[in-house]
Ligand binder design. Structure first.
Ligand SMILES: Cc1cc2nc3c(=O)[nH]c(=O)nc-3n(C[C@H](O)[C@H](O)[C@H](O)COP(=O)(O)OP(=O)(O)OC[C@H]3O[C@@H](n4cnc5c(N)ncnc54)[C@H](O)[C@@H]3O)c2cc1C
Length: 301
């Protein structure tokens, strides 16, 4: 019987583990893939407080080693079912049955890919899914953003401050973003809208060199040479396993506020999988700490 069982060994889950074990609790983390989460594909992180520059892998390894050295158990296995009685009973893909007094869901989210050939090859090497994270690496360069929602508009606005030129590629004329933000964008001298257009291919041999877009109305094909491509076509939360356990919002994120409490007593949500505005390492870490301490309080009751 664990005091706290955590799903997901990303930043939120491993931080929750650190806080849980330091509070004297027995903690296990179930990770279905490799530890570290989304950040492991990132070459450089520059915005985590106290660390000037670190690769995603080194950052994740440091966090994993810290959590396990303190006594957290990380099990590379995935939950397949969860039952709630007085405690939680979790069965796993490898056939284990685990019991826990509380659960922390820290399963993260995945960026929705564009789905074009070559995208995977250049991810982290020209193609990014996070302008806040990687925008500064493209200072003075030409970049493109794909998307039509608030994230795409925010990304484009952010990048116009750093980059020489920003193309905003969107498959429609109209945007799903706030008018006020759109108005700000329209005033930017270094921004060009490429509307009614979809990315057909990403280009480059060794190095990413640009995109080919097709106008859906005219059928015209255009090559746009850019150093970076920021994909902002939405995220997909990895909440399939949690959907019968806790309330989700319309987009599949776990409904939980800053206190990380979900609709089900004893289950807490931390990091990118919960409803929130800013999805970053520092907010995931903060959630991990809050969720672990909330779980400790729940167990004490
Ligand atoms: C390319 C890229 C670059 C980024 N760069 C930065 C940056 O420079 N700075 C910054 O602050 N943020 C950056 N971010 C955002 C940051 O990575 C996320 O905010 C952060 O990783 C969220 O942490 P998390 O623990 O909530 O989720 P995740 O990192 O997504 O971790 C979730 C973990 O849960 C596991 N999991 C999922 N489902 C299950 C399941 N059913 N059972 C068990 N395990 C499961 C996953 O395998 C994963 O390991 C970047 C994101 C991307 C994609």
């Amino acid at each position: 019987m664990y005091d706290i069982l955590i799903f997901g060994a990303g930043t939120a889950g491993l931080t929750a583990a650190i806080y849980g074990v330091r509070a004297g609790r027995s903690v296990a983390v179930l990770e279905e893939s490799v530890y570290g989460g989304q950040i492991i594909n990132t070459l450089e992180i520059e915005n985590y407080p106290g660390i000037k520059k670190v690769s995603g892998v080194d950052y994740a390894t440091g966090l994993f080693e810290q959590a396990t050295a303190l006594g957290a158990q990380v099990l590379f296995d995935a939950p397949v079912s969860v039952e709630k009685s007085d405690v939680f009973t979790v069965t796993t893909k490898r056939g284990k049955t685990l019991e826990a007094k509380s659960l922390i869901l820290a399963v993260g989210a995945k960026n929705r890919p564009l789905g074009v050939e070559g995208e995977e090859k250049f991810t982290g090497r020209g193609i990014s899914y996070c302008a806040t994270c990687d925008g500064a690496f493209f200072r003075g360069k030409d970049v493109a953003v794909v998307g039509g929602g608030n994230t795409a508009i925010d990304d484009a606005l952010f990048l116009t401050d750093y980059c020489n030129k920003v193309y905003l590629i969107h498959r429609r004329q109209g945007f799903r973003a706030e008018e006020a933000k759109l108005a700000l964008l329209k005033d930017k001298q270094n921004l060009e809208f490429v509307l009614d257009s979809v990315v057909e291919t990403v280009e480059g041999e060794e190095t990413f060199s640009g995109v080919t877009v097709k106008n859906k109305e005219s059928g015209a094909v255009r090559h746009i040479a850019v150093d970076g491509l920021f994909v902002a076509v939405g995220q997909v939360p990895a909440t399939a396993i949690t959907k019968d356990l806790v309330a989700l919002d319309d987009y599949g994120y776990i409904v939980a506020g800053e206190d990380c409490k979900t609709s089900t007593e004893g289950i807490f949500a931390a990091g990118d999988c919960r409803t929130k505005q800013i999805r970053q390492l520092v907010t995931a870490a903060a959630d991990g700490a809050i969720a672990a301490l909330a779980a400790c309080e729940y167990i004490r009751k």
